[in-house]
Every structure is written in structure tokens, then in C-alpha cells.
Design a protein around this ligand. Structure first.
Ligand SMILES: *[C@@H]1O[C@H](CO)[C@@H](O)[C@H](O)[C@H]1NC(C)=O
Ligand SMILES: *[C@@H]1O[C@H](CO)[C@@H](O)[C@H](O)[C@H]1NC(C)=O
Ligand SMILES: *[C@@H]1O[C@H](CO)[C@@H](O)[C@H](O)[C@H]1NC(C)=O
Ligand SMILES: *[C@@H]1O[C@H](CO)[C@@H](O)[C@H](O)[C@H]1NC(C)=O
Ligand SMILES: *[C@@H]1O[C@H](CO)[C@@H](O)[C@H](O)[C@H]1NC(C)=O
Ligand SMILES: [Zn+2]
Length: 586
């Protein structure tokens, strides 16, 4: 499955098809009768038509010049930030400049003619976009069986039925767990029940587990409950919703969700979710994804796809560190640029604290709206102090989930302590989220060379409640992207999909406006803490310069100039990876 489309688009593959008869063993070639020869000739002609047809639509030659009639190729090169043309040779950018310049560059390399293509008037070309923090399988799961927006449990059941009916392997095997999510009980009256799921003859009698939109509840079927029984009466930190007879109705909140014995996804499910997310990502102009906690199962699959040269997107994977499992930093080999630069797996994702919305972010001082809580560490600090230096010494990049100021400060303390033994900056330590930073910690972060991987869309999602939770002082160091940059901290931009929309143009819009999609904010139409907005130049990442991979996206509007609201109406015309069109067309 994955990657099929890309190799199909490569013209050399079609050429291989049409010339394959030349490779028949000589004896068979000699004995070909006239009829067979005619058939082969016909198929060659058809094959050639196929090649030409493909060239006209999806494929590009191995070398080509792409020009923007409006001179709007944003190179993100400080020496020449816009240009008219790029010269692509095989998978790389070979030249940048005017048509005359790049033709000259080409002539120095080859005396063959080269194709010149023009992008549509009004469109722009930008470096391929990368999401620095997403969750591939969770997003794929949501895409496949998404109950978001459905207004009754009955509608949700119909949606699940359709999902099952479309999959023959599920339809005939009622033991396979059905996974889905996105149901939103704020749209419904009361909790959904196991009985709702039993009401449909196709959905009935199957283990079903459905995650709520906010991620804090499971809606389960009767069989899922049975397979997880016996259940305790009550759960610390969670609720088993029960009917008047004391029977579980089928919704399990917070810690009670851990009681449901959800089996690991099957390989078929993993492949389906992976395919769905990658397809979605490419259609949004993404050429790269950084998965922020790759499971070992997906790790094995993407390595296999890389071995087969079938990885359809550039993937930078952070392996998930599970403290219940033995240390693997020495035994697992690091992967850097496998499959011709497609796969890199040399970082580890380690969780420190929880999240702000659920008051799990670890803070120095109590929550303003909950004076008895300072949040918590999900991984004990002594484990972190032991494990993080080991990973660094073994050459892994350490990407640590830190949301609260106490979690971020702890990580910086640890890095500062380690500078006595090692060159911390060169290991490029990363903080995932970096949401709340104490005033003195910005400068330390810059000095230590810690990268901040931030999600601008979370600003939009959280600006309504963040200040009441954190108070007027701490909020100044919250989602403070400008302060990070001013303190020489490099920032990476992502979404945390499926928590936020995968659309990188939403990230761009949120970063430069700090406004809701309707153009408002708690601080008015200039944005929430407008002094923390990024400029468009800062929010555009990557670069198109000679020697770089030919990864780029073509957008329908000039996001560097149009009014911000129009950014959200901008379409992706094409996504190009290693010089090949992988979504849309030129
Ligand atoms: C996803 O699967 C479909 C159907 O097998 C295939 O045509 C497509 O190329 C795959 N897409 C990706 C991005 O792997
Ligand atoms: C390009 O560079 C010029 C001159 O340095 C500057 O005025 C302009 O704002 C830059 N544009 C972009 C999109 O970076
Ligand atoms: C599934 O079951 C139905 C009815 O029991 C049967 O007609 C069909 O052939 C089965 N399909 C597969 C793929 O086993
Ligand atoms: C961590 O490892 C333990 C022991 O192997 C396993 O039971 C648990 O499910 C793992 N946790 C996650 C989140 O993968
Ligand atoms: C850093 O070192 C100081 C002094 O030895 C120690 O008190 C502190 O616990 C260390 N911090 C971390 C996070 O390792
Ligand atoms: Zn995440």
C-alpha cells in the first residue's frame, strides 16, 4: 500500500514496463510467433501512450525548470528571498534564479534540452512544509472512523455500521475490536451507552471502543466491557458511569478508561491509519512529518517500507520511551536518512508532565483556578534524571514533552548540569510544546541551545481559558513565541494532530495572527498577546537553495501578502517530494 502511488508516478518505472520484453531470455525471444509479436508491439505502443499520458498529468522529467510567472518562489534564503525559477535535477535543487541563470547552470551540467514548466499565475511556490509534532496513527484512526459533529448517538451508530460494512474482514469477524473517536457529548443529551451500540444488527456483539473528542472518555460496547471484566466498584481519578441498578452504562471517564483492555492495533489497521494520515498530509502541502511518539509496531512497518523504497513522505520519528520497559538506547540502532533521505529515527520522546487543559501541566506555583494543584510529572523526576543523560550519551536526540514552567525548568536544570560532562547544544535537545516558561528560563533555553517545538494552533484553542488557569503574570510566558526568538531559541512549528487540525496553513495563520478563525481574540482583533505574533517570514520554514532536496509546495494564493483571513482559504495546488508530484498537479 503505502508508497505505491509514488513509484507509480516515476516515469522510469513505466519505461521499465514497456522495455521489459527486451529482457526476456534469448531463447524465448527467438521463438516468438508473429501474433505474439503483434501483441507485444501493441502493448509497447499502449505503454508509450501511458508514459506520455503520465508525463502530461502527474509526472515530471528527472530534470526540469519550474518558474513562477509572478516571480513568487519563496526561497527563504536571506540572500535572495524570492526568485523566478528553480532548476530541479533528479531529487535536488540544482539552481535558483532567473530563467536565464538556471538555463546557464543547466548547460554547465548537460547539453540536453530541458523542460520548462510554469506555475499558475497568482500561485506561489514555498519550501515543502513539515509538521514538527504529530501523531500519525491516532490521526489516521480519527480520519477513518470520525464521529465528530454527529448530533445523536444513533447517527454515530449508523456511521460505525457503514465503517464495518465497507471492510469485509471486519464484517465477518465479530471478535475484531472497532476503534474510532471524535464523539462530542456536548452536542448530545447524556452519555452514550453500550445499549446504543447493541441496537444495530451489524454493530451489535462486537468489541467497540470510541474515544471522545476531548480525549477524556471512552464509549464502549457490551462486549468490550465483558472482555475487560471484572471491573472494580470505583476508580481513583475516574468514573464508571452506571445505571440505577449499578450496571456500567458504557462510558468510562479519565482514569476509568485504563480499565478497558484495548488490544494493540492489527497490522492491517496500522497500515490503513498510516495511509490515511499520509494521504491527508500530502494533500495539505506537507512533505514531512515528525511523529511525536512512534510505537514499536509502526516503527517496524515504516522501516520495512523504507527498505522497499515505499515511504510516501519524509518521516522523522521520535521513538516512544516507556519507563516500564528496559532501556534500549544502546541496543536499537539509530536511523539517519534511510531510503534516500526519507526515514530518520534518531530521537526519543520522553514525557515529563501532563497537559494544561486537564490541569496536568507541572507548575512552580499552584494553578490560579485550583490553588491546591501544581500539576504533576507523568514520569518520576529520578527516572528522568537517570534516563535522559543516558540517551544523550548514546547519541539520541532527546525530545521531552514539557508543558508547565516546572517541567520546562526541570529540563533546563538537567541540561545545565550536564554541560559539565558533555556538549549539550550539539545534541540538539528539544522541548515538545514549551508552553509555559518562567521569566528567567527563556535566556537559559537560548544559551543551552534547546529547541522549542511549538504548536501555534494551541494558542487559538487555549486562549479562552489559559489566563484564568495561570493568572496575569505566568500568562506572559505562555505561548511566548516572540520571547523565545528574542532569546535566540530556535523554534519548530507543528500541530499535534489529531489534537489540532493537521493543516499547516492554520499553523501559519495562528502564528502570525493569534486570532480565532473568525478573526477575534480575548484581546481584540490584533490578536491574543499580539506582541508575541511571528512575522510571516519567521513562520515560513525550510529553504529552496541549490543542493537542497526538491521538496516544495505550490499554493493558490500568496500567503506572504494576502490579508490573514484569506490564508485559511488558500488551497494546495501541488505537493512535490524529491522533485516528484505526490499530490495535485503542476
Ligand atoms: C493509500 O492506499 C491506496 C489504496 O491502496 C493507494 O492507492 C495509495 O497510494 C496509498 N497512499 C499512500 C500515501 O500511501
Ligand atoms: C525580501 O527581502 C527584502 C529586502 O531584504 C525585504 O524587504 C522583504 O521584506 C523580504 N521579503 C520576504 C518575503 O522575506
Ligand atoms: C461473510 O459472511 C457472509 C454471510 O455469512 C458470506 O456470504 C460471505 O461470503 C463472507 N465473506 C467473507 C469474505 O468471508
Ligand atoms: C509500557 O510498557 C508496559 C510493559 O510492557 C505495557 O504494559 C504498557 O502498555 C506500555 N505503555 C504504553 C503507553 O505503550
Ligand atoms: C542539578 O544539579 C543540582 C546541584 O547538584 C542539583 O541540586 C539538581 O537536582 C540538579 N537538577 C537536575 C534536574 O538534575
Ligand atoms: Zn503530542
Amino acid at each position: 500500500m503505502a508508497g505505491q502511488d509514488i513509484s507509480d508516478f516515476i516515469s522510469s518505472k513505466s519505461e521499465t514496463k514497456s522495455t521489459s520484453y527486451a529482457r526476456l531470455p534469448p531463447a524465448r525471444q527467438r521463438t516468438l510467433d508473429r501474433g505474439r509479436l503483434r501483441a507485444i508491439l501493441a502493448s509497447i505502443v499502449l505503454g508509450l501512450c501511458f508514459v506520455v499520458f503520465q508525463l502530461n498529468t502527474k509526472t515530471l522529467p528527472r530534470s526540469y525548470i519550474l518558474c513562477s510567472p509572478d516571480k513568487k518562489i519563496y526561497t527563504v534564503d536571506p540572500h535572495r528571498n524570492v526568485t523566478d525559477c528553480i532548476l530541479v535535477h533528479e531529487k535536488f535543487i540544482m539552481g535558483v534564479g532567473s530563467l536565464h541563470d538556471v538555463k546557464k547552470t543547466w548547460k554547465q551540467h548537460s547539453n540536453k534540452n530541458i523542460v520548462v514548466r510554469y506555475a499558475k499565475r497568482g500561485s506561489i511556490i514555498i519550501p515543502g512544509m513539515i509538521d514538527s509534532h504529530g501523531h500519525i496513527l491516532e490521526h489516521g484512526k480519527k480520519l477513518k472512523l470520525d464521529l465528530d459533529g454527529l448530533t445523536t448517538p444513533a447517527d454515530a451508530v449508523q456511521r460505525i455500521r457503514k465503517y464495518i460494512e465497507e471492510r469485509p474482514s471486519l464484517l465477518n469477524d465479530t471478535n475484531i475490536w472497532i476503534h474510532g473517536g471524535g464523539w462530542d457529548n456536548s452536542l448530545w443529551t447524556g452519555w452514550p451507552t453500550a445499549a446504543d451500540l447493541e441496537s444495530d444488527p451489524v454493530v451489535r456483539n462486537r468489541p467497540v471502543v470510541l474515544l471522545s473528542k476531548d480525549g477524556h472518555a471512552f464509549w464502549c460496547s457490551k462486549k468490550a466491557i465483558l472482555l475487560s471484566s471484572p471491573l472494580p466498584e470505583t476508580v481513583e481519578g475516574g468514573i464508571i458511569e452506571r445505571d440505577k441498578n449499578g450496571e456500567p452504562i458504557g462510558t468510562f471517564l479519565d482514569k476509568a478508561m485504563d480499565l478497558i483492555r484495548v488490544p494493540p492495533w492489527t497490522e492491517e489497521q496500522i497500515l490503513e491509519y498510516f495511509n490515511a494520515t499520509v494521504t491527508d498530509a500530502l494533500s495539505h502541502g506537507l512533505t514531512g512529518i515528525q511523529d511525536a511518539a512512534l510505537s514499536p509496531a509502526l516503527g517496524a512497518i515504516v522501516e520495512r517500507l523504507a527498505d522497499e523504497n515505499k515511504l510516501p513522505i519524509r518521516l522523522y520519528a521520535m521513538r516512544f520511551f516507556n519507563e516500564s520497559e528496559p532501556y534500549w538506547g544502546k541496543s536499537i540502532p539509530k536511523i539517519v536518512g534511510k531510503a534516500d533521505g526519507r526515514l530518520t529515527m534518531r530521537s526519543v520522546k520522553i514525557f515529563t508532565d501532563g497537559a494544561l487543559r486537564s490541569a496536568g501541566a507541572a507548575l512552580y506555583e499552584p494553578y490560579t483556578d485550583d490553588p491546591i494543584s501544581r500539576g504533576f510529572f507523568r514520569t518520576p523526576s529520578d527516572v528522568l534524571q537517570r534516563i535522559i543523560p543516558r540517551f544523550l550519551e548514546d547519541g539520541w536526540q532527546v525530545n521531552t514533552h514539557c508543558i508547565g514552567d516546572r517541567a520546562n525548568g526541570f529540563f533546563l536544570d538537567l541540561m545545565e548540569n550536564l554541560t559539565q560532562h558533555m556538549d549539550v547544544s550539539s545534541s540538539r535537545p528539544r522541548v515538545e510544546h514549551a508552553q509555559i516558561i518562567a521569566p528567567g528560563d527563556f535566556i537559559r533555553m537560548g544559551k543551552l541551545g534547546v529547541i522549542a517545538s511549538v504548536q501555534p494552533s494551541h494558542v487559538i484553542d487555549d486562549m479562552g481559558f489559559a489566563e484564568s488557569r495561570l493568572g496575569p503574570e505566568r500568562i506572559k510566558g505562555t505561548y511566548a513565541f516572540r520571547t523565545l526568538i528574542d532569546n535566540h531559541v530556535s523554534i519548530a512549528l507543528g500541530t499535534d494532530f489529531p489534537v489540532a487540525d493537521i493543516n499547516p496553513l492554520m499553523t501559519f495563520y495562528a502564528a502570525i495572527t493569534r486570532l480565532s478563525i473568525y478573526g477575534d481574540s480575548p484581546h481584540g482583533p490584533s490578536g491574543w498577546f499580539p506582541e508575541q505574533r511571528l512575522t510571516r517570514q519567521e513562520a515560513l520554514k525550510g529553504s529552496l537553495t541549490p543542493g537542497k532536496r526538491a521538496d516544495y509546495s505550490i499554493l493558490s494564493k500568496d500567503i506572504m501578502e494576502i490579508p490573514p483571513q484569506e490564508i485559511l482559504r488558500t488551497k494546495v495546488i501541488a505537493t512535490v517530494l524529491d522533485g516528484e508530484v505526490v499530490y495535485g498537479k503542476l
